[in-house]
Each structure stands twice: as structure tokens, then as C-alpha cells.
Ligand binder design. Structure first.
Ligand code: C2E
Ligand code: CA
Ligand code: CA
Length: 726
């Protein structure tokens, strides 16, 4: 058997982004990843590279997943294949398992830990099977060899009795070590031979079974009769599933192979039994996975929608009300990014546990994926006002319970949910489906988030238009660059006397009909859809071009900072992209800075540091934006080649009113000094804030007190003057 240090995984999927995300993720776990974009290519690569495991999509051009399965099952039955398919084809997925897939996962995979778990489980099982097979083959070999030898020995009457005994001894040892059960019985069911391994299966000793009737082990008369009639008709059975009842009365699923031997006198039935408990469990697991979330074991979206539909029609029929609570954890991503997925997963499990505490039988808690949970409350009475009050009370209870502190793997964590509530049925004549209710609750949840997180909002029809807006933004953002609607503003960064020491680039979207759309609104949409890549590249190119223009005009522009999005930064060729842009525009890298956020630098730290060093070597300054809102620890910061910390404006805002925030600001400044980093305070709006920051040792500022972000012309004029207007 080939031994490799790095397991090789072949992903077969026609969607490039899925292959990419698997590759990026799996390489982090030290797998070597091969990719194929359809079944035909997958089989070619398989034959060449003999991967240790295959991740296979079902619906693909050229050759689909089921055909791949059929071929691989024949060629390499011991290589685990995990099917990864969309929910739309769940019937196919179950069919896939029947045809030999080892496991299947629903696409999109929300939780990569589920994938890694499935992979390690499959690899371990495959290793065991290979070992076992090698052992069995060895046994079979031995059996053949010994049987031949025995026959020869029996034929040769001159063979000494002692030698014969020795051979028999060896044969015996094989019989005794067999893992499956070997048995022989007469046609009337009397057991005449059985291997000792029967005790693992049945808890009976061999002696307790020999000579007894087979119905001692197989109590179901119907099943027995079917088996014997099959044997009589066809002479043999293979992989016949039957339940064996052990000494304690437990039923053990078995696969039976047997042959009717009428050439013997008296004729008998010989065969083997194999325990297939594990296979049965795997099948049950598939059923389960289709309806439950693997991480929290809560019902998944599919089961939730099932129950919601039932509830909805009951509520209409009996004229009572129910409610749907949609929860999203505030800033969960921060925890996941900075403390790692195991901590995030453990937190989600604990949230699931708290949500199910004291749950009524008729209610359902479900995890939709990520940090989204849903609670379905049914039968809240026939009065809409009372029903809504009950829903509100429950939502508040959950909010309180989730807000209590968490002890997770040595971290003390706090998290709050934003909760959207939708009552149903929404109106008497309305024929909305379960999906609509879910969307309403989701929309209300977004409103709760917009209104400052940690809050509860009920769905109102007017909210729907806001949600529709979001979709429209997504659609129109695709054309924003082509239509020339994106531009850059520049916000000066100054010293205490208002002298310009640099600027931050802030993107603006001037939509033809809607007017200015805030980057706080559209950057997250761009990030979620991937549009951030072309937009981000445009911003970088444009900023660099501007630097060159200022240089050509003789302006002294010390530093221009550009915001970089996580997805943009994670591109493998990000540094190359920057080099190309610098070369193309002729901008001086020493004038360029990049603003990164805590979350994105703490994720995958080794890779990040390497990337940051690459950027620094080009002469680019690096800053951490919104510092203080994440969970970065000093230990991490020390390792990173940073130049600047930007104190988040939420702290600056509260300096005056919140002693805690004032202390945080003080600590950040002290810490930056200690690490030899520059600090910029952002969002400085008042003299009071400026005065406080200055006294604590901060020397650089940015905020409305000095200047709002300005269009290019106005900023250039200010730059020429060298300081902000006072
Ligand atoms: P940010 O990077 O933290 O940018 C600072 C935000 O605070 C800007 O909002 C700025 O206009 C605003 N601001 C500056 N001074 C003050 C002040 O004194 N008071 C108050 N209340 N606000 C102030 P803006 O331009 O709306 O940008 C919002 C966010 O959108 C940015 O937060 C950044 O995360 C993102 N963003 C903006 N431009 C870009 C970009 O080019 N690329 C990427 N990836 N993200 C961007
Ligand atoms: Ca920024
Ligand atoms: Ca910021």
C-alpha cells in the first residue's frame, strides 16, 4: 500500500469558485488538492494520480457524478468518495450513497469544519478497510495454501499423523481468527459448524450455538422462510440483509452470503455473516443530515420549512397565530476570524443549547447556517395583539439568555443577537408561503441590525421595500463601474495644527437615480458578491494615478491611504496586482498606504504576515483600521510588520461620555508607542476630543473637525495650501 505524508484530495466540480474555496481551505489543512471540472477529467486525473479521497459534485457536464461513482467503485472500491451536492438534488445524493459514495454534504457548505470532519472520518475508515482487506487476503491465501496442503496430506497416507495435526492446527487458527462468522447448517436449520467470531456478534459462545437451530439467532420466521426459499431456488444468496438477535435481545443488522451445497452428503448450507451496523448507521446518518444541522444537531432549513408550512396551514384553518423569530449574532464574524473556527463552532453550539432551553414541544429551533438561527413559535392564540406580545416576550427572553457571558476554550465571550419577528398568517386573504414568512422575519432582523444591533424588530410591510432596495443595489452595482458612477473622495489627515500629513481615500457611488449611496451600504454588498475585486482594483489604480498626478503637479503629498477589503487582500496574486498598478501608473510606493482590518490580518496569520512583508518591501505603509473593535491581542500585533494603528471612531465618539472608552483610547495610544507604531485617531469631531487625544500623546487626526472627505478638485486646492482651512 502506498504511504504518503500529504493526503491527496481530488475535487470534481464544474463550478470554479467551489473548487477554489475547497482548495484554499484544504491546503490550509495540509492536503494536496487536485482539481477536475467534470467527470471525464476527474477519471483521467484519478487514474494518473491515485488520490486518497475524492470530493465529487453530482450534476456536471460531460460525465455526471453518478457515472464517476460507478467507474470508481469498480476501479478503486477502497477510495473514499464524498459527494457534495446542492439541496435540489437530494434524491440523487441518496442514490449516490446507494451506489457507493461514502458520505455526502449539502452545498453550499456553511461550515467548513463539517467538511474537514467528513474527510478525516473517511480517510480513517479507508485506512482501516485497506488494512482489513490486506489481512483478509492474507487469510484467504493462507486458507487456499493450507487447504491444498491438507488435501495432499490427506491423500498421502504415508504422511505422519503428527504432521497432519500440525497442518490442521494452522487451518484451525485461520478459522478462529476469521472476522466474519463462518457457519454450516443442515437443511432443517441445525447448526453444525460455526466460527468462534460468532461470540462478537451474538454474545453466545460457539458451544452455546453448535447443534442448535438457526432460529435461535434469527427469530423472524418470515425472514428465515424468505431466505431458505431463495437458497432453494437460486442455490445461493449474496449480501442478504437480515437481523440477528443477540443474547441480550439486541438486533444486529447482518449481511449474509450463503451457498446451498447439494454435492455433499447430507447436503448442507455454508456461508458467512458480516456485521453491517456501521453501514446501517451511515445510511441513517444520511437521512439525518438531510434534515438536521451537523454542528448543532438542530433542524435545518429544510425541516424548518416543512414544519412552517404545516403550522401555516393549521394556523389558517383554526384561525390562530404563530410567530417566526429570525436571529443573527452581532459581530460573530469577528470572533470566528480572530479566535478561530473551533471557538466559533463551540460558541454556536452553546447558543443552540441556550435557545432550546425550556422550548415547548410544539416549537422549533433551527439553524439556517452560519450564525443564523430561527425559532418557530406556534399556537400563540387567536388574538393578534396577545400573540405578538407573547412573541415579543419570548424574543426578549432569548436576547437576555444569549447576552449572558460565555466561557469558551479559555475565552470569556459576549455576544448579542439581532432579532426579527414575523407574525403569521400575515393577513386573512393572504396566501403567503413559508418562504415568505421566513423572508419577512429576515427583513425585520436586518432592520434590527440597522437600528443598532442587540435589538428586536417586528416585520412591517414597509420594510419589504428596503429589502428590495438591497437587491436592487446588488444588481446595479454590477454596472456602476461601466457607467462611470464610482469616484474617489479624499479626507485629509492632519497634525494638531491642521497641517496636512496625508489623506484617506473614500469611495463614493453616485447613482443616476438614487443619488449618493454610502460605501457603508454598498461595500458589504460588493464584498458578498465578489464585485469588490473589480471595484477594489479600480480604486487602487485610480488612487495611484492620482498620486502620480499630484507628483507631476509638484504637490507634496506625503501619504495616501487606500482601504482594502478582506476578499481583495486574500487574493493570492494581490501583491502582483499592486506591483502592476504601481508600474502602470508610475506612482511612488513610498507615498502609498493600505488600511487593513483586524479580522482579515488575524485570519491565516502565517500567510498574512508573508503578504504584509511583501507589501512593506515595496515601500508601502500598512495600517490597522477600526482598531479596538476586534479581538486582536498584543502578541499578534507584535509579529506583524505594521506602521499605523487607527483608533476606531466609536471610541473617539464616546471619550466624553464613557470613562471606559476614554481608558481604551489611552491604552491604545500607550500600546502603539510601546510598539513603535504611529496612531491616528479617526472621527474627531470636537475640540474636546482633539484636546483629550493630544494630551494622551496622539499626534495625527482625521475627522469632520478638520475636514469632511472632499472631491479631487477641492482636496487638491487644500493640498496646495498645505493645511486645512480653519
Ligand atoms: P472607514 O474606513 O472607517 O472610513 C471612515 C469613515 O468615517 C468614512 O465614512 C468617513 O467619511 C467617516 N468619517 C470621517 N470623519 C468622520 C467624523 O468626524 N465623524 C463621522 N461621523 N464620520 C467620519 P464613509 O466614507 O461613509 O466610509 C464608510 C466605510 O466604507 C469605511 O469606513 C470603509 O470601511 C468603507 N469604505 C470606504 N471607502 C472604501 C474603499 O475605497 N474601499 C473599501 N474596501 N472600503 C471602503
Ligand atoms: Ca479606513
Ligand atoms: Ca476606520
Amino acid at each position: 500500500m502506498e504511504q504518503r505524508d500529504t493526503p491527496v484530495i481530488l475535487t470534481i466540480d464544474d463550478e470554479e469558485n467551489i473548487r477554489d474555496s475547497f482548495r484554499l481551505f484544504l491546503e490550509d489543512y495540509d492536503f494536496r488538492v487536485l482539481e477536475a471540472c467534470n467527470g471525464r477529467e476527474g477519471l483521467e486525473i484519478f487514474e494518473r494520480e491515485h488520490p486518497d479521497l475524492v470530493l465529487c459534485d453530482l450534476r456536471m457536464p460531460e460525465l455526471d457524478g453518478l457515472e464517476v461513482l460507478a467507474t470508481l467503485k469498480e476501479q478503486a472500491p477502497d477510495t473514499p468518495i464524498i459527494v457534495v451536492s446542492g439541496t435540489g438534488v437530494i434524491g440523487d445524493a441518496i442514490e449516490a450513497i446507494r451506489r457507493g459514495a461514502w458520505n455526502y454534504l449539502l452545498k453550499p457548505i456553511q461550515d467548513m469544519s463539517v467538511l474537514i470532519h467528513a474527510i478525516s472520518q473517511a480517510l480513517e475508515r479507508s485506512r482501516l478497510i485497506k488494512e482489513n482487506r490486506a489481512y483478509q487476503e492474507h487469510l484467504e491465501d493462507e486458507v487456499t495454501k493450507r487447504t491444498e496442503a491438507l488435501q495432499k496430506a490427506v491423500g498421502d497416507l504415508n504422511q505422519s499423523h503428527l504432521q497432519l495435526q500440525e497442518k490442521e492446527e494452522k487451518y484451525r487458527s485461520i478459522f478462529v481468527n476469521l472476522q466474519d462468522v463462518y457457519f454450516e447448517m443442515q437443511l432443517d436449520g441445525q447448526i453444525t459448524e460455526v466460527s468462534p467470531s460468532v461470540s462478537h456478534f451474538s454474545l453466545y459462545r460457539r458451544e452455546d450455538i453448535l447443534g442448535n437451530n438457526i432460529d435461535q439467532l434469527f427469530p423472524s420466521a418470515k425472514n428465515r422462510d424468505r431466505l431458505t426459499s431463495r437458497l432453494k431456488n437460486t442455490g445461493s444468496v449474496t449480501d442478504y440483509e437480515i437481523y440477528l438477535q443477540d443474547k441480550d435481545g439486541t438486533l444486529v443488522p447482518c449481511s449474509l452470503n450463503a451457498r446451498y451445497q447439494d454435492n455433499l452428503e447430507p447436503p448442507k448450507i455454508c456461508g458467512t455473516l458480516r456485521d453491517i451496523t456501521e453501514r446501517k448507521q451511515a445510511e441513517a446518518r444520511i437521512e439525518y443530515l438531510a434534515y438536521f444541522d451537523a454542528l448543532t444537531e438542530l433542524p435545518n432549513r429544510r425541516l424548518l420549512l416543512d414544519r412552517l408550512e404545516q403550522n401555516l396551514s393549521r394556523a389558517r384553518r383554526y384561525r390562530h397565530y404563530g410567530a417566526m423569530l429570525f436571529l443573527d449574532l452581532d459581530r460573530f464574524k469577528n470572533i470566528n476570524d480572530s479566535l478561530g473556527h473551533p471557538v466559533g463552532d463551540a460558541l454556536l453550539k452553546e447558543v443552540a443549547r441556550r435557545m432550546t432551553l425550556g422550548l415547548r414541544n410544539e416549537d422549533t429551533v433551527s439553524r439556517l447556517g452560519g450564525d443564523e438561527f430561527v425559532m418557530l413559535l406556534s399556537e400563540l392564540g387567536d388574538d393578534p395583539v396577545t400573540a405578538a406580545a407573547k412573541a415579543q416576550k419570548k424574543a426578549e427572553q432569548i436576547r437576555e439568555s444569549l447576552a449572558e457571558k460565555y466561557q469558551i476554550m479559555g475565552h470569556e465571550l459576549h455576544i448579542t443577537p439581532s432579532i426579527g419577528v414575523a407574525m403569521f398568517p400575515a393577513s386573512e386573504d393572504n396566501q403567503e408561503a413559508g418562504n415568505d414568512i421566513l423572508r419577512h422575519a429576515d427583513t425585520a432582523m436586518y432592520r434590527a441590525k440597522d437600528d443598532g444591533r442587540d435589538s428586536i424588530r417586528f416585520f412591517l410591510p414597509s420594510m419589504q421595500s428596503a429589502a428590495d432596495d438591497r437587491l436592487a443595489i446588488e444588481k446595479e452595482l454590477r454596472y456602476a463601474l461601466e457607467r462611470d458612477e464610482i469616484s474617489l473622495y479624499y479626507q485629509p489627515q492632519v497634525d494638531a495644527s491642521g497641517g496636512i500629513i496625508g489623506a484617506e481615500t473614500l469611495v463614493r457611488w453616485n447613482h443616476a437615480e438614487r443619488g449618493f449611496i454610502s460605501p457603508a451600504v454598498f461595500i458589504p454588498v460588493a464584498e458578498a458578491t465578489g464585485l469588490i475585486l473589480p471595484i477594489g482594483e479600480w480604486i487602487l489604480r485610480h488612487a495611484c494615478r492620482q498620486l502620480k498626478t499630484w507628483a507631476d503637479q509638484g504637490h507634496d503629498m506625503p501619504h495616501l491611504a487606500v482601504n482594502v477589503s478582506p476578499r481583495q487582500f486574500r487574493q493570492p496574486d494581490f501583491i502582483q496586482q499592486i506591483c502592476d498598478i504601481l508600474e502602470e501608473t508610475g506612482a511612488d510606493p513610498n507615498q502609498l498606504g493600505l488600511e487593513l482590518t483586524e479580522g482579515m490580518v488575524i485570519d491565516n496569520i502565517a500567510d498574512t504576515i508573508e503578504k504584509m512583508q511583501g507589501l512593506k518591501q515595496l515601500g508601502i505603509e500598512l495600517s490597522i483600521d477600526d482598531f479596538g473593535t476586534g479581538y486582536s491581542s498584543l502578541a499578534y500585533l507584535k509579529k506583524m510588520p505594521l506602521d499605523i494603528l487607527k483608533i476606531d471612531q466609536s471610541f473617539v465618539r464616546d471619550i466624553e461620555s464613557d470613562a471606559n472608552d476614554a481608558a481604551i483610547v489611552e491604552t491604545i495610544i500607550a500600546m502603539a508607542n510601546h510598539l513603535d507604531l504611529k496612531v491616528i485617531a479617526e472621527g474627531v469631531e470636537t475640540e474636546f476630543e482633539l484636546d483629550f487625544l493630544e494630551r494622551k500623546g496622539c499626534k495625527s487626526f482625521q475627522g469632520y473637525l478638520f475636514s469632511r472627505p472632499l472631491p479631487e478638485q477641492q482636496f487638491s486646492t487644500m493640498l496646495a495650501a498645505g493645511k486645512v482651512a480653519s
